[in-house]
Design a protein around this ligand. Structure first.
Ligand code: PRP
Ligand code: MG
Length: 210
């Protein structure tokens, strides 16, 4: 029991990608992970236990060691900046961070930038030497330029549908994003066999999918 690998899995639209990847790795996940309101899902036959987390909380659980490993988007890792090992690029949930605005956007002094990722947005503009005021929002960030809350936004673009449907354009790409396998630093050493085995199987599935 002590050697169960505790795995933090983000809930939401990424779950179907995770199911497919684990399936291809020969590790079919419990179906309860899909739609259950149960947040701890044992899979002792796999030597694992799954913790169903809000995506942004996965690195926190892993840093504190309540999960040995987890799956987190690079977006969340950049924003949360947690002390965890990044083991593997899973190549799923591929999207990008971009600066987005109205097509007739014009530079202004001290522009307001809205984002669900205030640290990422602040760091990007700081590195460019541009002074901006970052406004943290919790979702539907594309509204901000439309209703005059912000001049631009920093957000994820996957298909581009959301920005298109709201009449916005991508002004600058910040960086590409995929999901990563992350590990707690102590678990990585103490449960190295189990972590490495999982990592190797997922690596094969990632390579096969590429
Ligand atoms: C995400 C992201 C964009 C959209 C990008 O929002 O914040 O709005 O998806 O995907 P697309 O390019 O395929 O349209 P999400 O639906 O997760 O909701 P939220 O921003 O309100 O949290
Ligand atoms: Mg959104």
């Amino acid at each position: 029991m002590g050697d169960l690998l505790k795995v933090a899995i983000p809930k939401g639209r990424i779950v179907k990608h995770i199911h497919r990847l684990f399936q291809e790795a020969g590790l079919p996940l419990p179906e309860e992970l899909d739609d259950s309101r149960k947040f701890i899902i044992p899979a002792h036959e796999m030597g694992m236990e799954f913790i169903v987390a809000k995506p942004a909380d996965v690195p926190t659980y892993v840093e504190y060691g309540v999960a040995d490993i987890g799956i987190a988007g690079k977006d969340v890792l950049l924003e949360e900046n947690r002390n965890v090992y990044e083991l593997l690029d899973l190549g799923i949930a591929r999207c990008r961070f971009s600066v987005i605005g109205l097509p007739d956007w014009k530079p202004v002094l001290n522009p307001r930038v809205a984002s669900k990722f205030p640290n990422v947005a602040s760091q990007y503009f700081r590195e460019k030497g541009q002074q901006v005021e970052v406004i943290k929002l919790n979702g539907n960030v594309e509204l901000a330029p439309l209703i005059g809350l912000a001049d631009r936004i920093v957000d994820l673009v996957e298909t581009g549908n959301t920005i298109r449907e709201n009449g916005l354009v991508e002004l600058e790409k910040i960086t590409d994003i995929t999901s990563r396998l992350i590990a707690n630093r102590v678990s990585y050493r103490m449960k190295n066999d189990a972590v490495q085995r999982l990592c190797d199987r997922l690596q094969s599935a990632v390579t096969a999918a590429a």
